[in-house]
Every structure is written in C-alpha cells, then in structure tokens.
Design a protein around this ligand. Structure first.
Ligand code: PLP
Length: 358
C-alpha cells in the first residue's frame, strides 16, 4: 500500500527496517536509543552524525548553525520573530496561501507585519509575482513559504530581497531538491514530511542573525542558547533526531538531493500529465508554472465523486488522498519516500475509476 498523506508521511522501507533493528538494540550501558541520556556519549554521536550528514547533503556553509529543536513548524512561526526581530520595527511576509497566512497571523502577535507580496484573486492559485515586492526600510527579515503544502503551489524562483535576510518555511520541500543555503538567513522545516517523524524541527540559521531574543522568550526557544549548546540546551527529541539521521543516510545512499530532485520531477510530471490528459474528469487548479512537485492538489470535476474516489482508491491500497480541510478535493503528497510505483498505481486507479464512473 502507499501513503499519500501530507504529514506525517510514509517512511522508506529501508529506513523502517533499520529503525526496527537499531532503535531497540542494547548499547554498552544496556540502554536502547529510547533510553539513552541526551547528554551521554551514545546520543551525542547520533546527534553529531545527523548534523554532519545534513550539512553535507545541503552543503551548508560553515557560518550557519544547524539546530534540531523540539516542536513543530508552527512553533517556529513564533520563534522566528521572537529571535530575529531585534530592534527592528517591522517584519515582512509574502502571503502565498494557507501556511504563510498562519505564519503571518502568529508573527503579528509580536511585530508589525508588512505583507511584501500577496496573491491576487479569491483563491490563491499562483505564487505571488516576484516583481512587485514591498519591503519596509526597517525590516528584520522577509519570510516566504516556498512550497505551500495545502494549496499545492510552489515558487518557481526565489525573490531577491537585497540585504534583508530571507527566512523560509521549507517544511514540505527541504531535501526534495538541492537548495542554495547561502541565499537564506534562516530555514526551518518540521521533520514529519521528508526528515522522518513528528516532534522535531530543523532550523538552519546564519551566525550573524543570532542575537538576544525578546525578553519573554522561553529559554528553550532561544536560538542563541540552542546553538551554543548544540541543540542540547534542554532535552531534545532524541528519537526524532535518530530517525532524521537515518533519513539523511538513506537520501545520501540514493544519490543525494540531485537524485531526489530528478525522481520528484518525474513523479510529479507523471501525475500532472495524467490529470491533464483526463479530459477534464480530474483537474489540477494551480497555474502550471506554480504547481507543487511535492503536494499535488487536484479535484474531480464532479465533486460528488470525491468521497467515492477516496474510498475506491483506499480499497486498492492508496491511502490518505483527501485534500486539506481548507480546500477539499484531493491531494497526493509525493515526498522522497514515495516510490514511482506508488504514483503509477494512483494513475492506474484514476483511469479505472474514470471507466467505472465517467
Ligand atoms: N508549514 C508548512 C509549510 C506545513 O506544511 C506545515 C504542516 O503541514 C506547517 C507549517 C505546520 O507544521 P507543524 O504541524 O509541525 O506545526
């Protein structure tokens, strides 16, 4: 069976098998990975390996810290403004859809938010045009969501924000393609999509952006303190970090990010082509240049067939194709763990369903 959920998503069979073996194995002190003290040598080695592997995969420059923090991406919606605002009066955000709007709402609790770019129209179906960005003078950073998981859209290119640090929520796209880290001041991604399991978020932050956080920031949420103590200022999510390390190893073994990108482009092209060739029975609403390769949002022209299709596909082992609750319809998430056979099985299922119900 195949898991098309937007998150937590499926894991590669090889990673699950390795986790089954290694996490339950007893070390020299008799403890399993679940029981290792976070300050001890065994977990220290797991943490260092995961960090080094991620630095390698993404070619993270030396002047960036890699943090593995407890909590989800939503927590970063607060931690980013609380840690990066400094003495600036403003923060800028691009409004590209569901998750960027959630980030904007949260940032508005701590700072004056300028919307640097926004969708036009009733429903955001294309990423904001890169030409007309408005950045206030006194602006701590500009935040974007390069892949909007719920809307099923992605930026075709990054904006140029000049000297203003670019901050990106890459929760649904980190490690699906090479990324030029040096173009960003800070990147963050919750782990439950491409980096393993829920409970942990990776933050990659440029050295010069680590500054004294706002006075009421909990000390566990202080990037500076977490960077100084290599993500061990308090107990980190040890098992989620161990799983992420296994995912990083698996990606490296598969051929790294260039290979993930090639596979991802091929999977997305197969599915979008099948949708476009269905004669309007299925359709993908996003403008083609903005279609997400990771989260394929689509729908049936006859919305009464949505529930029957979800049942029909589940009977064939194709699970969690329901669209995000804000949009309805259908969504197939094609993270790194989704093999091309899964996409081909979905396309065959769509064809059979069309024959039965079309
Ligand atoms: N940002 C993006 C782009 C997401 O896709 C999600 C979850 O789907 C979130 C933020 C929220 O993440 P979390 O549930 O880990 O807080």
């Amino acid at each position: 069976s195949y898991n098309f959920a937007a998150g937590p998503s499926g894991l590669p069979a090889a990673v699950l098998e390795r986790a089954r073996k290694e996490l339950f194995a007893h070390g020299d002190d008799g403890s399993t990975a679940f029981e290792q003290p976070f300050t001890g040598e065994a977990f220290g080695a797991t943490l260092a390996r995961a960090r080094a592997r991620l630095r390698d995969l993404l070619a993270v420059p030396d002047n960036y810290h890699i943090l593995f923090l407890a909590g989800g991406a939503t927590q970063q919606f607060s931690m980013v403004p609380l840690n990066l605002l400094g003495n600036a009066a403003h923060v800028a955000y691009a409004d590209s859809g569901h998750w960027s709007q959630r980030a904007i709402r949260e940032a508005g609790r701590y700072a004056a938010v300028t919307v640097a770019a926004r969708y036009e129209g009733e429903r955001p179906l294309a990423a904001p045009p890169l030409s007309a960005w408005r950045l206030p003078d006194d602006c701590a950073y500009c935040h974007i969501t390069p892949n909007e998981t719920a809307d099923g859209i992605a930026y075709p290119a990054l904006p140029d924000c000049g000297d203003v640090p670019l901050v990106a929520d890459v929760t649904s796209c980190l490690l699906t393609a090479p990324l030029e880290v040096a173009r960003f001041g800070l990147l963050y991604a919750a782990a439950q999509k491409n980096l393993g399991i829920a409970g942990m978020t990776v933050v990659i932050v440029r050295d010069d952006l680590l500054r004294r956080p706002a006075p009421l920031v909990p000390s566990s949420c202080d990037y500076r303190a977490q960077a100084a103590q290599e993500s061990r200022a308090n107990t980190p999510p040890t098992i989620a970090i161990a799983l992420a390390g296994m995912m990083f190893d698996w990606i490296a073994q598969q051929g790294g990010l260039a290979e993930m990108h090639t596979r991802g482009q091929r999977k997305a092209a197969l599915l979008y082509d099948a949708i476009d060739a269905s004669g309007g029975f299925f359709r993908a609403p996003a403008a083609p240049v903005h279609r997400s390769p990771v989260n394929v949002r689509f729908e049936l022209a006859n919305s009464a067939l949505t529930a029957p299709f979800i049942e029909y596909s589940a009977r064939r082992g194709l699970h969690h194709l329901r669209g995000h609750s804000a949009f309805g319809g259908l969504r197939a998430s094609l993270y790194n763990a989704m093999p091309e056979e899964g996409v081909r099985a979905l396309i065959a299922c769509m064809a059979d369903f069309t024959r039965s119900y079309g």
